[in-house]
Design a binder for this molecule. Sequence first.
Ligand code: UDX
Ligand code: ADP
Length: 492
Amino acid sequence: MPPPSTSAKVVNVTCIGAGYVGGPTCSIIALKGGDRVRVHVVDINQQRIDAWNSDILPIYEPGLDEIVKKQRGVNLFFSTDVAGAIEEADVIFVSVNTPTKTYGIGKGCAADLKYLESAARKIAEVATSDKIVVEKSTVPVKSCEALNRILRANSDGQKFTVLSNPEFLAEGTAIKDLMNPDRVLIGGPQTPRGLSAIKTLSSLYEFWVPIDRILTTNTWSSELSKLAANAFLAQRISSINAISSICEATGADVQEVARAIGQDSRIGPKFLGASVGFGGSCFQKDILNMVYLSKSLGLNEVGEYWEQVIKMNDYQELRFSARIVKELFNTVSGKSIAILGFAFKKDTGDTRESASIYVCKHLLDEGAQLNIYDPKVSREQIIRDLTHPSISADPSRVERQVRIVDSSYEALKDTHAFAVCTEWDEFKALDYEKVFQSMLKPAFAFDGRLILDHASLQRVGFQVHAVGKKFVNSFDDDTNSPSPQKASRGGF
Ligand code: UDX
Ligand code: ADP
């Protein structure tokens, strides 16, 4: 338990939910607020809290360890004492998980708000004084209203002011994003109490964020802005991925196209990286939320418009796997393929909605043997993802068809092909001469992240395929006889 605060000026911040959003956000508030804030992060998951209190934090995020180690026990505390933390708080951040519903009405589309509701009920049950309750998790529009109604219906006279303060941090760059945000968005009721709560919350960010980057809006604008921002970002990736399929068919190069269109200042260069598909806990979930919201408002065409962004992403993952099968002479059954990267992007151990999961699923369905390596994802997590009922009706096939290994070289040895599914820097630095020697021939390289030096790989002898590119490989050219290297090992 944290010690009681000693100064009247100290703002007591409690965060319910010690996950990817709550943990890093609160660590930065503690760091930047110094002796003017006391931050208590609570979770119902004892294991997660134990990890936050240990040397090995439950999430990997560059720069986070140092900050947590510096502030922990000073003005940053982690515990499972949810009730105590609510009671002592002036401001309560709610950062619980809001996954897509897997049952009932809105299954596969609407957000499951049961964790949010349970946190709200706990706040109402325990609080004996007025509180500012801040919705930080990504939620459907009007969730703050639901939160407000639960709190009010269960209040004993205390006043709760509910604000929306969506988090825009991206995993892998969370600390950088939090330290130097493009903007902080705070939405709340435009009433005297609401405006005063907005001011209090804003003052926490003003410890380090310039005031002109703190935007205030009404509650619904704030909630919708978060969904819209993620939908726009995902839409850009689906757009460039749609272009990548045309490139592969025509010989245009998606990186050249991205550079050419990105130089238009109205379009801009960011988020135009063609890939095997976007993943992460937010993009798909938020678009599905948007689809559900639109359709429930009777805006079917709007819902269908956004739905297409996800369909395009599914298509990209499937197209990548299908290309592997096609290039490996239309069958991967019994063939060994190295999967480099399982996280949904580099610099995180998070696998939620990772494209890698779906590429593996498609290849497993085709009978491939997979050697999977990721520098930050645990063996248990990979098994959990691949044996999930939505991925496999037969969990035992993971035992038969999957090896999870501890290095790229181990993954690549004696394989027919490898596929880069996450853009980890270490994959760029491998000794591909050595890799080539260790693989069966012809050796195939599939770059789903456009991080490799394709010309060098071809020089080494690889048959190279990459998203949004059409290469002429030596193998495609009948006039090229196999090199002695290629002839030295029998592939199939
Ligand atoms: C996203 C938003 O960026 C962030 O603002 C929000 O708060 C949470 O959702 P995150 O999911 O952590 O963040 O990562 P992001 O960097 O946006 O990447 C999402 C996915 O898109 C990853 O799989 C990434 O590899 C992919 N991506 C990103 C591309 O395929 N191409 C790109 O050009 C950019
Ligand atoms: P996000 O990526 O949005 O941060 P996570 O799943 O990483 O989501 O973290 C959410 C955390 O919220 C989990 O650790 C979960 O145990 C916690 N949580 C969910 N419901 C409650 C609750 N009612 N009280 C406290 N913690 C909760």
